[in-house]
Design a protein around this ligand. Structure first.
Ligand code: NAP
Length: 262
C-alpha cells in the first residue's frame, strides 16, 4: 500500500506562538512553501513587528493559557479561514524554578502547565470538529527532548513536556480512524529567545540552530515521521531507555550547583 505523505503546500496552518523562535521560523518557511499561515502570541506589538517583516503572515493576538481566548480564536478562524486544516501547538514557556523559594505563589507555580500542556489540550478539543471536516488535516504538537529525560532545574516545564508527549500518543490512537494525522516534534536545545534566561545549557549540549531544526522538522513531516526528534533529542530518547539514572544525574548539575549556593 502506498504511504500517504504530508503535502506541505496549499494548507491553512495555525501556529500558536509564531512571533519568535521556532514558531516564527516554521511560519516563515511554511508561508514560503505556499501555505496560508496564521500566527498567534500574547504580545500584539511583537506580532505586528513580524507582520512588518512578513506581510503574508496573518496575525491574531491570543493567549493559549486562556480558554476564552481559545474560543475567540476558533470563532475568528471559522469565519475568516474555514479551510484551516493544520494546527501547530508550539507556544511554550520555560522557567528555572527553585522549589525552596517560598515566595512562589500558587497562582504562578503552574504557569508552564496552563501554557504548555492545558494550552494544546484545549486547542485540540476546540479545533477537532473543524479539522474533522477537512479532506486532510494534521495536529502537530511541539514537546521537547526534555519529554524523555527530565531537567530538575525546570521541574514544571519538564512535567509539561512529558505530559504533552503522553497526551500526543493517546490522541494519535484516538484519531487513528480519522483523516487527521498527529505529529510530535521534540526539539533539542535550540538557539531561540526561550533559552535567554536558561542556566546550565552546557549540561544539555550545544544549541541547535533554529533554521537547521526547521529543515529537519519539514523533512520529517514530509516523510510522515510521527515523532520527530532532531539532533540531540534523539540521543536523549535513547539515553532515557538505556541509562535513565545517568541522564538524570547529568541533567541535575544546575540543581546541585543551586543547592550548594544556598
Ligand atoms: N528553544 C528550545 O531550546 C526548545 C527546546 C525544546 C522545545 N522547545 C519548545 O518549542 C516551543 C517554541 O519555543 P521557542 O524556543 O521558539 O520559544 P520563544 O522563542 O520564546 O517563542 C515562544 C513563542 O510563544 C509565544 N507564547 C508564549 N506564551 C504564550 C501564550 N500563553 N499564548 C500564546 N503564545 C505564547 C511567544 O509570544 P508572546 O510572548 O508574545 O506570547 C512566542 O511567540 C515551545 O513549546 C518550547 O517549549 C524549545
Amino acid at each position: 500500500m502506498l504511504k500517504e505523505i504530508m503535502v506541505l503546500s496549499e494548507n491553512i496552518i495555525l501556529i500558536t506562538g509564531g512571533s519568535s523562535g521556532i514558531g516564527f521560523e516554521l511560519a516563515s518557511r511554511l508561508s514560503k512553501l505556499g501555505n496560508t499561515v496564521i500566527i498567534t502570541g500574547r504580545n500584539l506589538a511583537k506580532l505586528e513587528q513580524v507582520k512588518l517583516q512578513f506581510n503574508k503572515l496573518h496575525i491574531i493576538q491570543s493567549d493559549v493559557s486562556n480558554p476564552d481566548d481559545i474560543l475567540k480564536l476558533y470563532e475568528t478562524i471559522v469565519k475568516d479561514f474555514p479551510g484551516l486544516n493544520i494546527i501547530i501547538n508550539n507556544a511554550g514557556i520555560m522557567r528555572n524554578l527553585n522549589l525552596h523559594d517560598e515566595s512562589i505563589n500558587l497562582q504562578d507555580i503552574n504557569r508552564e502547565i496552563v501554557t504548555n500542556l492545558s494550552g494544546p489540550v484545549r486547542m485540540v478539543q476546540q479545533f477537532l470538529p473543524l479539522l474533522k471536516t477537512q479532506p486532510s488535516a494534521a495536529i502537530i504538537n511541539v514537546s521537547s527532548g526534555l519529554a524523555f529525560v527530565h531537567f530538575p532545574i525546570s521541574p514544571v516545564y519538564s512535567a509539561t513536556k512529558a505530559g504533552l508527549h503522553a497526551y500526543t500518543q493517546a490522541l494519535r490512537v484516538q484519531l487513528k480512524n480519522t483523516r487527521i494525522k498527529v505529529f510530535e516534534i521534540a526539539p533539542p536545545g535550540t538557539d531561540t529567545p526561550l533559552q535567554d534566561n536558561f542556566v546550565g545549557s552546557a549540561e544539555t549540549g550545544p544549541m541547535m540552530k533554529v533554521d537547521k531544526l526547521v529543515d529537519v522538522i519539514l523533512k520529517g513531516l514530509q516523510n510522515d515521521k510521527k515523532e520527530i526528534r532532531p539532533g540531540l533529542a534523539n540521543l536523549l530518547k535513547i539515553i532515557s531507555r538505556v541509562a535513565p539514572q545517568f541522564a538524570l544525574k547529568m541533567l541535575s548539575k544546575p540543581v546541585d550547583q543551586m543547592l550548594s549556593n544556598q
